[in-house]
Design a protein around this ligand. Structure first.
Ligand SMILES: Cc1ncc(C[n+]2csc(CCOP(=O)(O)OP(=O)(O)O)c2C)c(N)n1
Ligand SMILES: [Mg+2]
Length: 779
């Protein structure tokens, strides 16, 4: 290295060190302000994580102010949120007011949020593990876009997760590693803040080096950033090796406790343990207490120079795990204490920290408070010129994809909604519609059994490197013709529903992340939505847009047994924000709602859509016109209109339609004019109804909700029988709309194996049960 280069390097390191200190201060102060200075009105603890932040400020300073390129995207460890806020404060993207309102309404969010923070947040985090794994799937989506000619290879960014070491306990990390290996992902970095502390305790010593093995087995390069520069220099001196070996053998808990206790404790312990290493003792004695404490905690994750070197050395596209050794609470009086996760500096301690950093009282919020004018100007210029400051704020704009005015209903007098879904996708796959080119399908090993197979036969599996269908080559007859190639449009996943929802999330963020919208369509057995529920919630919170198809569902999985019958998924569909749930009964409703979904998931105020489908083949109804459609898209329509002022109606959702129609035909003889309502979306219907209620108080909203309008066709004291193959709570609320009596039929207990007549009879969903329920209410 020439002297000039060495000088520039030294200046760079010194500058980033100064920024590391700023981040440690500002994140600590932000949390302190929210908890100790801002007025409290409810007696609740506000919280925030000073120790988790200071554990990571050096890593984040080195990354954001050196290694990060404008095209890179980062998921930040949730409890390091204040550090990200501080970085954007220095960059001029975050206001003082938002920092002062950290964790208050409208202020900086507790954990980085794509949808709720005003600073650019690439990935939301909060539920640990998910924010890590999502980066692997986004690197796969990036490869998909490159392979499909939607992005130049040269524009590829790195998808980076900054993670806590306890996140390595989450199972979804390993599910993702396996899937990532199968898909040969690249351009992905995970940086572990390896402080060996979780929320409750210090982490198990036995895991030492096990993570290296696991990641290397899955094709990752592992770079361990263990010692800082000072440690490396000192440990190279006579006696140094013994101290280095001692650290290697020191249990995590003891290292943490000594860190908390400080220099004198380090000295006492090292002198005892290294009593027969005279050169080590001499070396130890060459440091005063403060110097010894500094030496012992000079870990790689706090050494800017070491971090920069490590990042600089990984410039190819191999997925890379950096294990950066750190101290939780580094530089704070909380350092190393086992209770420091939610621990906070008290006012006296933060005062001391302020003084030690030379920050004058009253200058706590100054971005460069306490720093001389010259150095402050230098830091400011450095930050302004960092590659990061040219990163366009936040999301990219993506052009909408035109949706055809209608999707044809598959032919057939009897059909299931699942088969109709598959046929509609097949028709699209064969069409020249631009929409078809942007659809990406995916499924966790249930592609065939959820009727995606025909689409895949048409459009192929996505693989960066070509994969020949061996069975086809060998001319072995098979319905599945699955060549894998770069133009393929189906991402086949192993059975891991967390991965499935994370893949949908990444695909559903392709627009904002990469400027090209994709239309992700994912299928899963309806009961196994619950397996990936947190990841589904994560995707919805991130405002990713996708079409989720849960199929088969309910008792139509009867022969598979009780474990496979989905019961509460309608309630999930209703309760999940940013997800619109439909459960069509007929094939033309499937075509209608799919078309609506393709449009809705592209609207700025739209959402993802969930279709709950069935394999039950049922006779289709004959339509006289298309008048039902507008109402069906609002959530319900009269399949058989009631006579004005009718005393009764049957209300149903989904594949139970034939039983309902049969009961209605019997009833109408005794109760002429009885209505039959098909609820295509209990979710939209309920949202609309409750929104109208709220609007009465907040916006003087008048006008009735759709369900109020429909039910006003009945007599005010009419009775309703509600029927769904799922939790009866899905529809029983309808009685509250106009104060009507309800007899709710549905499934409230685990199912049995059986055929449909037996099961419908056992669970009281057959025509007889519906008739009886009606008779009890009306006759
Ligand atoms: C799924 C989930 N479970 C539990 C929590 C509560 N929680 C927040 S942070 C944390 C552990 C933090 O340890 P680590 O990841 O090592 O981060 P550190 O603070 O040590 O940097 C836990 C259990 C959570 N946020 N998400
Ligand atoms: Mg930790």
């Amino acid at each position: 290295m020439t002297q000039l280069v060495a000088d520039a390097r030294a200046e760079l390191v010194e500058t980033i060190e100064a920024l590391d200190t700023r981040l440690r201060w500002l994140s600590s102060w932000t949390v302190h302000n929210a908890n100790h200075i801002r007025e409290k009105r409810d007696g609740l603890k506000v919280g925030g994580h000073q120790a988790s932040c200071s554990s990571m400020t050096a890593i984040m300073a080195a990354l954001y102010f050196h290694a990060l390129r404008p095209q890179d995207k980062v998921a930040v460890k949730p409890h390091a949120g204040p550090v990200l806020q501080a970085i954007h404060y220095l960059l001029g993207n975050q206001s003082l007011e938002k920092l002062q309102r950290f964790r208050a309404l409208g202020g900086a969010q507790s954990y980085p949020s794509r949808t709720k923070d005003n600073i650019p947040v690439d990935f939301s985090t909060g539920s640990v593990g998910l924010g890590v794994a999502i980066t692997a799937f986004s690197s796969l989506v990036q490869d998909y876009l490159i392979a499909h000619g939607q992005m130049a290879e040269g524009d590829a960014g790195r998808m980076i997760a900054l993670m806590g070491d306890a996140e390595l306990d989450e199972g979804n990390i390993y599910e993702c590693l396996i899937e990532g290996y199968k898909h040969d992902i690249r351009n992905c970095w995970w940086v572990v803040d390896y402080n060996r502390q979780s929320l409750d305790s210090t982490t198990a010593d036995r895991m030492f080096r096990r993570f290296d093995d696991i990641f290397e087995t899955c094709g990752w390069r592992v770079i361990t950033i263990k010692s800082g520069k000072l440690q490396r220099e000192v440990f190279a001196r006579p006696g140094g090796q013994a101290i280095s070996d001692w650290i290697d053998n020191c249990p995590n808990a003891e290292f943490a406790a000594l860190t908390y206790q400080g220099g004198a404790a380090w000295r006492a312990r090292l002198k005892t343990d290294l009593a027969d290493h005279p050169r080590a003792l001499k070396l130890i004695d060459s440091f005063d207490d403060a110097g010894l404490a500094h030496l012992m905690t000079n870990l790689g994750g706090h050494c800017i120079e070491t971090l920069i070197d490590a990042f600089d050395a990984a410039q190819d596209d191999r997925p890379t795990l950096f294990i950066a050794y750190t101290v939780k609470g580094y530089g704070l009086p909380l350092a190393g204490h086992k209770d420091n996760h939610s621990g906070m500096m008290n006012p006296g301690q933060i005062e001391q920290l302020r003084e030690s950093l030379g920050i004058p009282q009253g200058a706590e919020w100054e971005p460069y408070g306490g720093i001389g004018d010259n150095q402050a100007a230098r830091l400011k210029a450095f930050v302004a010129n960092s590659p990061l400051s040219s990163k366009q704020g936040g999301d990219q704009a993506a052009l909408p994809i035109p949706v055809p005015p209608s999707l044809p209903t598959p032919a057939g007098e009897s059909q299931s909604t699942q088969a109709a879904f598959g046929n509609i996708l097949l028709d699209l796959a064969k069409s020249g519609e631009p929409l078809a080119d942007r659809i990406v399908t995916t499924a966790p090993d249930v592609t065939q059994t959820t009727n995606l197979g025909a689409f895949v036969n048409q459009r192929g599996l996505f693989r960066r490197a070509e994969v020949i269908d061996v069975f086809r080559e060998a001319k072995i007859p098979s319905a599945q013709k699955w060549d894998g190639h770069a133009a393929g449009q189906h991402i086949e996943l192993g059975i891991a529903e967390n991965n499935f929802f994370l893949a949908l999330t990444s695909l559903g963020l392709a627009g904002p992340h990469f400027g090209t919208r994709l239309i992700p369509v994912g299928t899963v057995y309806d009961p196994f939505i619950a397996r990936g529920l947190d990841a589904l919630n994560y995707g919805c919170y991130s405002d990713a847009r996708f079409l989720l198809v849960g199929t088969p569902s309910g008792l139509t999985l009867g022969p598979e047994g009780g474990a496979h019958q989905s019961i509460n998924t309608p309630l999930i569909g209703m309760g999940q924000p940013n997800l619109a749930y439909f459960e069509p009964a007929y094939a033309d409703e499937v075509a209608l709602t799919m078309r609506w979904a393709f449009e809705h998931l592209q609207q700025p105020d739209g959402s993802s859509v969930y279709l709950r489908l069935s394999t039950r083949v049922i006779p289709q109804v004959v339509r006289e016109n298309d008048d039902w459609q507008a109402d069906a898209l609002k959530g319900a329509y009269w399949l058989r209109a009631p006579k004005p002022g009718a005393e009764a109606a049957i209300v149903f959702t989904g594949a139970i339609a034939p039983e309902v129609l049969s009961a209605w035909e019997q009833l109408v003889e005794d109760l002429p004019g009885v209505g039959l309502m098909n609820v295509t979306s209990p979710d939209l219907l309920h949202r609309d109804w409750s929104a109208r209620h709220t609007a009465r108080w907040t916006r003087n909203g008048k006008g009735a909700s759709h369900i109020e309008t429909l039910l006003s066709d009945l007599a005010p004291d009419a009775g309703l029988v509600t029927v769904i193959d799922g939790s009866p709570a899905t529809l029983s609320w309808l009685g509250a709309v106009r104060g009507m009596r309800v007899s709710p039929l549905g499934i409230s207990t685990f199912g049995q194996t059986g055929d449909l007549p037996d099961l419908y009879h056992t669970y009281r969903l057959d025509a007889e049960a519906i008739f009886d329920a009606a008779a009890e209410l009306f006759l």
